[in-house]
Design a protein around this ligand. Structure first.
Ligand SMILES: *[C@@H]1O[C@H](CO)[C@@H](O)[C@H](O)[C@H]1NC(C)=O
Ligand SMILES: *[C@@H]1O[C@H](CO)[C@@H](O)[C@H](O)[C@H]1NC(C)=O
Length: 271
């Protein structure tokens, strides 16, 4: 091979690598978040996400988008959804700095949540601050998203909300790793992580059908927002923000129109 054909070959190889890697699975969400921002009225801000790429068009056009405001006056109270059934196990995990958030990715297969007799595997979790969902218009300090995927690719997110207060034990365990993983798109192994260390109430929760809250804003995501609000320290919220150093003080998408959607609130009958 002569020099120019080697260059050509390397160029093609690089193109393949660059196009394939960002698609590697983060449960349908983009992994390189540098192409969009959270700045209001900015050319890459939340109002413009749907126009930035053809495959992100749902962010602008979808009528089942997330997050939304959960209005207690308008929820439909039910008891038939039952206690959340989770079967989580410790799993080898990595921590990735996605540019706007920090993501813990789990090895496949170990942790399962069951909704309507369908099993969804826990693939990754990440945090938004302040919260993306609001309850009666109230924002919380932090929101955890645990993103699960079924064997046919459908998505279910379990969400925990946090007020400022006592430190969160799960985040405490990750603090050192979070402060070390500061380069955009850096990903490092963090060993065995037990998602059962994330405690959340499993009887009372909101349920509705929405979308991913970052591009490509894929719809038909089953959302479960746990009613019990946990606490996190101010320093922990700050650590998550500083680690990504995207010069923004938020990574929360503004609330979207609820449109005709029904939000259910599940609570056991006799409590
Ligand atoms: C976890 O994954 C890393 C990187 O692939 C590997 O080096 C390590 O041995 C694994 N640990 C366990 C407990 O499987
Ligand atoms: C995947 O399975 C779920 C549950 O059985 C079903 O509701 C959904 O329509 C399926 N999705 C696709 C993309 O086939």
């Amino acid at each position: 091979m002569n020099k120019s054909s080697i260059q050509c070959f390397l160029f093609i190889l690089l193109t393949i690598i660059v196009t394939i890697i960002p698609r590697s699975n983060a449960q349908g969400e983009v992994e390189d978040e540098t192409e969009f921002s959270y700045e209001r009225n900015h050319e890459t801000g939340p109002e413009k996400w749907g126009k930035l790429k053809p495959e992100w068009h749902m962010c602008g056009k979808g009528d089942m988008q997330s997050p939304i405001d959960l209005r207690n006056r308008r929820v439909r109270i039910v008891s038939h959804l039952g206690r959340l059934t989770r079967n989580y196990k410790p799993s080898n995990a990595t921590l990735r700095n996605r540019g706007h958030d920090m993501m813990v990715r789990f090895e496949e297969g170990s942790s399962i949540i069951e909704i309507n007799n369908v099993e969804y595997q826990l693939g990754q979790l990440h945090w938004h601050s302040p919260s993306e969902h609001t309850i009666d218009g109230k924002k919380f300090a932090l929101e955890l998203h645990m993103v699960h995927q079924s064997s046919n690719g459908s998505l279910a997110v379990i969400t925990v909300l946090y007020n400022i207060g006592r430190a969160d034990p799960f985040l405490r365990m990750l603090e050192k790793k979070l402060s070390e993983t500061t380069d955009p798109n850096e990903e490092r192994n963090i060993g065995m992580i037990d998602p059962r260390d994330i405690k959340f109430g499993r009887n009372k929760y909101y349920r509705y059908i929405g979308s991913l809250t970052i591009p490509p804003c894929t719809q038909n995501v089953i959302w479960t927002i746990v009613k019990e609000v946990k606490t996190v320290s101010r320093d922990q919220v700050k650590l998550l923000r500083v680690a990504v150093h995207d010069h923004s003080n938020t990574n929360a998408r503004p609330v979207q129109a609820t449109n005709m959607r029904v939000v259910k609130f599940n609570r056991p009958k006799y409590s």
